[in-house]
Design a protein around this ligand. Structure first.
Ligand SMILES: Cc1cc2nc3c(=O)[nH]c(=O)nc-3n(C[C@H](O)[C@H](O)[C@H](O)COP(=O)(O)OP(=O)(O)OC[C@H]3O[C@@H](n4cnc5c(N)ncnc54)[C@H](O)[C@@H]3O)c2cc1C
Length: 531
């Protein structure tokens, strides 16, 4: 078989996006992935039996809808490859330790009225946060939608902004400090903390200050958007595009080594000993911590090795997946409420502490943050008639004190029981009788299913200020070019990080195309339009 132009190492949504743009430019790509299916954390699998389409990782895709890939449908994924999005309403429903609950609606005024039940001042603050964020939104889009070094950073854009100094301070603050400053009532503080902790960065970390603005603005505009049919429909659309372009996609191909000849990366070696060579180079979503072991140490500069060594892999996830005959129905004084995105928030100070506990390697005995995703409420196609798919998610640690990672095998079902019991405080009808099947993944299982999710941490690395922007993955190598010529990096370990945003994938494509002497704007058909 003729060598392709590029080996794409990993088939997460980001590297598939890079492969799509390279294919659009006429390059031949071979995509290799360790998993049995493409998509990485953007996958829908029938792990609980036929008809139950379970999102094994991501469900909410709000962020990628701003990416020109989808916003302008640059590759025709919507027009020609069956991708479509649903905007569930209510947006979110959250219970608190005293039994109170709050609902967020797509209708901004209904959300404000709901917040005003607790505090008029907080409802005014919430409206103000949304209004203020409008002035930042275009700048944030530009900063995210350009590779580091190829466009102005957010900090540089703020230098010319009339309120740039306000936002510069906010960007460096923690979500905790922003929420404590802007909100006074304990339920609303807890609700805002629950929202901010969704990105899995402890909310007292410097550099998380934008989250309270950014997350509510995105959700208020387009809910926790979900692809119709499941998260994996995005992957299907990308794979469909690649197949039409003649790209090869091989799953079950774990890459163990880079081939470097004449100082240049010319391919990879898979676990079965096969060499896959490429004429132009390799684009990787292999975690940078693993990448380092895939070529001789002397090929990585000391500064790069230091950057990777000090890179924080991030906060692990714990998930339990359920096939049910009924959704979790929250009992409220105004009647039953269901929501695709629901959950439980401990008091604000406990939410803050639970993030600190994880950083300190302490297993928190209380549940302070819980997400209950029931996408089948908005998308009945995901389960047999009348049935539901439910995912229960929290943050935790990978190495159990005294027992290590192996300790999870004996402990995970009891931990999942505690999560489900927490929901039952609000959803008494969500009994064992409605749960037909359950599968639980501890951080160890999440890591085993995807080598990019080291320790079960979902986003390719912590996203606090130390590992953001031109520091991701390491200072000096944030522009997708790795120290070995012919090797480019995309995925969650690159700016702007994990989640289903597609930005690392599209940005990496811009860099590779430029390095090949091509004009990315022409390939992306944006004709110089600034994103
Ligand atoms: C339980 C859970 C729930 C989540 N929920 C959400 C959500 O609702 N919304 C959201 O935005 N995000 C969510 N995430 C996070 C999201 O899944 C990730 O941030 C996202 O998938 C990262 O995309 P990526 O393209 O960077 O890499 P990944 O999706 O991690 O894909 C990387 C790919 O590279 C492959 N790979 C790595 N190393 C090798 C190797 N050596 N050889 C071959 N292949 C290799 C992997 O097998 C994998 O397929 C969730 C994650 C988890 C675990």
């Amino acid at each position: 078989m003729k060598d392709p132009d590029f080996i794409i190492a990993g088939a997460g949504h980001n590297s598939l996006i890079t492969a799509c743009y390279l294919s659009a430019a006429g390059y031949r790509c071979r995509v290799l992935d360790a998993r049995g299916i493409p998509g990485g954390g953007c996958a829908t699998e029938e792990i609980l039996g036929p008809g139950y389409a379970i999102d094994t990782c991501s469900t909410g895709h709000t962020l990628i809808l701003q990416n020109p890939l989808i916003r302008l449908d640059e590759l025709g994924l919507v027009k020609a490859h069956g991708l479509s999005y649903l905007e569930p309403d209510p947006v979110a429903h959250v219970g608190f330790p005293d039994g109170e609950q709050v609902t967020m609606f797509l209708d901004r005024d209904k959300t404000l009225a709901e917040i005003a039940r607790f505090s008029d001042a907080d409802a005014r603050s919430y409206a103000r946060l949304l209004e203020e964020f409008d002035e930042l939104r275009p700048l944030l889009g530009r900063a995210r939608g350009a590779p580091v070094g190829q466009g102005p950073s957010l900090k540089a854009l703020l230098a010319d902004h009339p309120r740039g100094n306000v936002w510069t301070r906010r960007m460096a603050m923690s979500a905790r400090d922003v929420i404590l400053r802007e909100f006074e009532e304990r339920h609303i503080r807890a609700f805002m903390g629950w929202m901010a902790f969704q990105t899995a960065v402890p909310i007292d970390q410097a550099g998380t200050g934008l989250l309270p603005y950014q997350i509510i603005a995105g959700r208020q505009a387009r809910s926790w958007s979900i692809p119709k049919g499941g998260s994996g429909r995005l992957t299907d659309a990308l794979v469909g595009y690649l197949t039409d372009k003649g790209a090869e996609i091989e799953c079950g191909a774990h890459i163990d080594r880079l081939i470097v000849e004449g100082g240049r990366c010319v391919g990879v070696v898979t676990r079965d000993g096969r060499e896959h060579r490429a004429t132009a180079g390799v684009v990787s979503t292999i975690h940078v911590k693993h990448l380092l072991d895939m070529a001789p140490a002397e090929l990585w500069p000391e500064e790069f090795r230091y950057g990777v060594d000090t890179y924080n892999v991030g906060v692990p996830f714990f998930a339990s997946y359920l096939a049910t005959t009924a959704p979790p129905v929250f009992e409220t004084p105004n009647g039953p409420v269901t929501a695709v995105s629901a959950g439980f928030a401990g008091w604000f100070e406990d939410l803050v502490r639970s993030g600190q506990d994880i950083y300190n390697g302490t297993l928190s005995e209380e549940i302070n943050w819980l997400l209950v995703a029931t996408p089948s409420l908005a998308d009945p196609s995901r389960a047999p008639a009348g049935h539901h798919t439910v995912k229960v998610l929290t943050h935790t640690i990978h190495d159990l004190p005294g027992a290590g990672p192996a300790g999870w095998a004996a402990r995970k079902e009891a931990f999942a029981d505690r999560l489900i019991d927490t929901i039952r405080r609000f959803c008494p009808g969500f009994t064992d009788e409605v749960i037909l099947a359950r599968l639980t993944k501890s951080p160890v299982d999440i890591a085993a299913a995807n080598p990019h999710m080291i320790d079960g941490a979902p986003h390719g690395g912590d996203r606090s200020i130390t590992y953001a922007g031109d520091q991701r993955p390491t200072p000096g190598w944030a522009a997708h070019r790795m120290p070995i010529p012919g090797l480019w990096q995309t995925g969650g370990t690159t700016h702007p990080g994990g989640s289903i945003t597609g930005y690392p994938g599209r940005n990496a494509a811009m860099v590779v195309l430029s390095d090949m002497g091509r004009d990315p704007a022409e390939v992306m058909q944006i004709q110089g339009r600034t994103t």
